[in-house]
Design a protein around this ligand. Sequence first.
Ligand SMILES: C[S@@+](CC[C@H](N)C(=O)[O-])C[C@H]1O[C@@H](n2cnc3c(N)ncnc32)[C@H](O)[C@@H]1O
Length: 272
Amino acid sequence: MPDRKHFGQADSGPWNPKQYLKFGDHRLRPAIELLERIPLESPKLIFDLGCGTGNVTRIVAERWRSARVYGVDNSTEMLQKAQDQPLPIGWIEADIENWTPDEVPDLIFSNAALHWAERHQDLFPRLTSFVNRGGYLAVQMPLSWDATSHRLMRETLADGGAAGRPLGTAAFRQAVARRWVEDAEFYYDVLVGDARSVDIWQTEYLQVLEGTDPVLEWVKGTGLRPILNGLENDERDVFVAEYRRRLHHAYPVKPNGCTLYPFRRLFIVVRV
Ligand SMILES: C[S@@+](CC[C@H](N)C(=O)[O-])C[C@H]1O[C@@H](n2cnc3c(N)ncnc32)[C@H](O)[C@@H]1O
């Protein structure tokens, strides 16, 4: 079985496990629906890329008990939390964009992580090239570009300051407005050449969230991080106050106290 810990690179960034796990059930469901579409019976070696706190890695390891399973992530904070997982999973600190497996895996799995990596036209074929013949690459990523919550992030940066002024520098606004995930057809075209089969689908979940400012709390755990980390303190406060106001308007609280937050996700299962 793998070592429980072999990472030791420099601190890779301020991911906050507690914030991310606030909506654990909603974040887990797509991972389980992705897993259900992988028809492998007894893979020997599995890597979970962008494993975070290891909650999904544990479910992967539970499904294929005889497999050696490794979680790969570049956040020391997330990997430290992953150490609490009860199964003998190996944790590797590495950047997905440069990572190469030591041995040939039967499955590379990645839930809600590859959108943080760039150059998908190179990354996806690179990942499938690592996989054993007959094995799978299985990926889920959020399709958040068109979501109102994410459009409001860009708009609030553009005109949410005093008297409608922009917040942050033009270069910063451009950098955080990266379109993280391409259309489904892009992935089909990139992957079909080396694949035996490519299964791609999208699902929109009507997430029923509870609590105060739930959409703000949701994006704070993921997509809002680059903005919150990049703005100076005073601008960050202005941004959050204005963004919260716009979110309230866009996602009104229902009489029962719940807030509906539609969220689309893209699923890709490639047989190599
Ligand atoms: C939204 S979390 C998903 C965690 C886990 N897969 C899950 O489903 O709960 C995204 C994870 O990807 C990791 N990540 C982002 N960019 C990465 C990169 N370039 N290399 C390795 N990990 C990365 C983050 O540190 C974070 O733990």
